[in-house]
Design a protein around this ligand. Structure first.
Ligand code: ZN
Length: 397
């Protein structure tokens, strides 16, 4: 359903899609036995303890994984077509410390280079969202975030059961990342979490109920795990199912400021909006119409934006929040390119939803926007039923 969006114009500009997979994979077998014992994590509890609805993590391995993936992809993209793959012409990128004068020792450089080469050869051509191996690896690295190794050599419960060469690559790159880049990445993740936490605490339960009602389903009973990573995929966030887990890039300009809450709930909506997709498919079949690509995705963008808008406008009217925004604008933006993010705070109380601000509707979804305004908006306002709204949208296609 989402696959068609990847690689096209819309795909580059939208937040993540969902993936459903129930395929077993060999390396996970070991961990079915070990997993629960080490499931506790560097979950970031901000100020007053755990948040409702979401469980926010800043985990070492998952951050390393995404950094390696990103650097390997950049290397792949930088290679001109027809470049020999001997590697002899490839210069070490040292992107691990792009903004600093840190020089890696030759052994550090070797370990990092090995890891990038491994990721370039094995993962750079695969999609973080749609490739089963990558999404299972991501989940596994999340589960082992409290471990400082993955082989279990020092601690049996830290045997992540990954293939031996991958374990070796990751454990080799880990000290380099830990020494030169992880502290800044972790700070950026925690700063992002700290900024969004008050909104989640105040509004999270209400928003989750509202969205579940709209989609005529139940919000998951368990808190949704969110892995906050300095970088993620090209979309800046993605969501995988079974188990439902969200990954959000803390340094992505699209995810900053007031947008952070919307990104969280948009991504979580991927896990609960199945009734919408089913209803669209059903109505299309009844009318012998082709199933419109991405209408469901435009619908969840639209819905999250509409539900978040009044909440954000109310928030921006409160005196404490104005003070906080001014502080954020003036203050310390050392961590994550927060300057750019903060400029996305509206000056007045008008909140612009993500899809509108990022121009998604102008990139092939114009027709969807007018359908949503005409037939879905009345449902959101209580003037139509779910079934009627979907039926009318599909009729008008
Ligand atoms: Zn999405």
């Amino acid at each position: 359903m989402c696959a068609s969006a990847v690689g096209d114009t819309i795909g580059h500009f939208t937040m993540g899609c969902i993936v459903t997979t129930r395929l077993p994979i060999l390396f996970l077998a070991v961990n079915l036995l070990l997993g629960p014992a080490i499931a506790a994590a560097p979950q970031v509890d901000v100020t007053y303890g755990p948040l409702p609805v979401f469980e926010l993590h800043s985990g070492f391995w998952i951050n390393l994984h995404h950094r390696l993936y990103e650097e390997a992809r950049q290397r792949r993209n930088a290679e001109p077509v027809g470049t020999p793959k001997s590697g002899k012409t490839g210069k070490p990128t040292l992107q691990i410390a792009p903004d600093s004068k840190i020089v890696l020792s030759s052994s550090e450089q070797h370990a990092w280079e090995n890891a990038i080469s491994y990721y370039a050869a094995n993962y750079a051509n695969k999609d973080l969202l749609f490739n089963t191996e990558l999404l299972l690896l991501k989940n596994q690295l999340g589960d082992f975030e409290t471990c400082d190794e993955l082989s279990g050599a020092k601690k049996k419960s830290c045997d992540a059961g990954l293939p031996a060469n991958l374990t070796q690559i990751l454990e080799g790159a880990a000290p380099v990342y830990r020494a030169h880049r992880w502290p800044a990445d972790d700070r950026a993740n925690r700063a992002w979490i700290k900024r969004v936490a008050p909104l989640v605490r105040e509004q999270g339960v209400g928003l989750s109920h509202r969205l579940a009602d709209i989609y005529q389903t139940r919000w998951p009973v368990e808190k949704i795990r969110v892995d906050v990573s300095a970088v993620a995929n090209a979309a800046g966030a993605y969501t995988t199912l079974d188990p439902l887990r969200v990954t959000i890039a803390s340094t992505d300009p699209r995810n900053q400021g007031a947008s952070a809450l919307e990104v969280l709930f948009h991504e979580a909506s991927h896990g609960i909006a199945e009734p919408v997709e089913q209803a669209i498919v059903r109505e299309c079949r009844q009318r012998d119409k082709p199933i419109p690509r991405d209408l469901w995705h435009a619908l969840i963008f639209y819905t999250t934006g509409e539900v978040i808008k009044p909440v954000m406008e109310e928030e921006s009217d409160t005196p404490e929040n104005s003070a906080a925004q001014n502080g954020a604008k003036a203050g310390n933006s050392s961590s994550i390119g927060a300057g750019e993010g903060n400029s996305r705070y509206p000056q007045d109380s008008e909140y612009t939803p993500y899809a509108k601000r990022e121009g998604l509707y102008q990139r092939g979804w114009e027709n969807y926007l007018s359908l949503l305004n005409r037939y879905w908006q009345p449902y959101l306002q209580g003037r139509s039923t779910f079934d009627d709204a979907i039926a009318r949208m599909v009729s008008a296609l």
